[in-house]
Design a binder for this molecule. Structure first.
Ligand SMILES: N[C@@H](CCC(=O)N[C@@H](CS)C(=O)NCC(=O)O)C(=O)O
Ligand SMILES: [Fe+2]
Length: 286
């Protein structure tokens, strides 16, 4: 199998990475974790960031077969519907997404017009599912912990790990969102670290210190040796560390606007009679 070609795009506002993974010989690709710009002050969305990714795919003449999500993001809006409108492709997410939809449907007090069964997405992937990008085979691994529906996409020597591990000097994903669990995350991370040592693990975020540039990936070998939340720690020690850190984290600034959009596969709420779409904020819920 030819190795996958990966392009990575960094959104500095939310420190998020989006990736394109391609069978360059066949000219076929998938988009992973696209970002829709959102200015909370004005309530305005933007497509400059997703536009850079879309232009890169168009320049190479690649055909987009998949618009993939590793999870329902809690800190930015997905651009999946915009990417699909511009490039085509099937929008997919983990098969456990109804758990996240049910939880947040309660938090937002959605009505019966929001079925919490995953139908908003084109395709739901269970653990072990395989699919193709050209001649590349993608294997889906359920990697819950940050959220109950997080999945990892393994493609040749690359894996798109969403919010599980971050750069070795930063650590791991938080586990205090509804349905998150540190022990579950630890076990998911062990599955990821059981991949071959040379596997490139592509993250969904990087939060670099001033002393270095953002980086999209690190190998399994590097994560095993150097990850500050894992090296030299067993499961119980990790849980203590992770839960201790989570007690002091603020909510991401875009969590409440973003999750209601992301569990609808990126669709904004239906416009009201004046043609404007409105987001909901639960007051004093968190
Ligand atoms: N601490 C982040 C806030 C964003 C955030 O909460 N990121 C999530 C991913 S959606 C996370 O897992 N953070 C892990 C951590 O801060 O330990 C920042 O500096 O902007
Ligand atoms: Fe996340």
């Amino acid at each position: 199998m030819t190795p996958p070609t990966v392009l990575s795009f960094f959104d500095n506002a939310t420190k998020s990475y989006s990736h394109v993974v391609a069978d360059a010989d066949a000219g076929v690709c998938a988009v992973v974790d696209s970002v829709l710009d959102f200015d909370i002050k004005s309530g305005r969305t933007g497509t400059a960031g997703a536009g850079r990714l879309i232009d890169a795919v168009k320049q190479r003449g690649w055909r987009t077969e998949w618009v993939l999500e590793t999870h329902a993001h809690a800190d930015h809006l997905t651009a999946a519907p915009y990417v699909k409108a511009k490039l085509g492709g099937t929008i997919a997410i983990g098969a456990q997404i109804p758990i996240v939809q049910r939880t947040f449907s309660g938090i937002y007090n959605f009505g019966a017009d929001f079925p919490a069964d995953g139908r908003q997405f084109d395709r739901l992937f269970a653990d072990g599912t395989e699919f193709k990008i050209g001649s590349l085979t993608v294997r889906v691994m359920a990697t819950p912990g940050h959220t109950p529906a997080c999945i990892t996409y393994v493609v040749g020597d690359a894996a798109f790990i969403g919010d599980t591990l971050f750069a070795p000097d930063y650590g791991t994903a938080r586990c205090d969102f509804p349905g998150g669990d540190a022990r579950t995350l630890y076990r998911s991370i062990q599955r990821i670290l059981a991949l071959p040592p040379e596997t490139r693990l592509f993250q969904c975020h990087d939060y670099p210190p001033d002393s270095r540039e953002p980086r999209p990936d690190a190998t399994v070998a590097e994560q095993r040796a150097k990850n500050v939340h894992l090296a030299g720690k067993n499961e119980d020690a990790f849980v203590v560390l992770r839960e201790g850190r989570d007690k002091h984290l603020e909510m991401p600034p875009l969590m409440l606007p973003a999750v209601q959009v992301n569990i609808r596969a990126g669709a904004l709420p239906l416009p009201e009679a004046n043609g404007i779409s409105y987001l909901k904020i639960p007051v004093n819920r968190f």
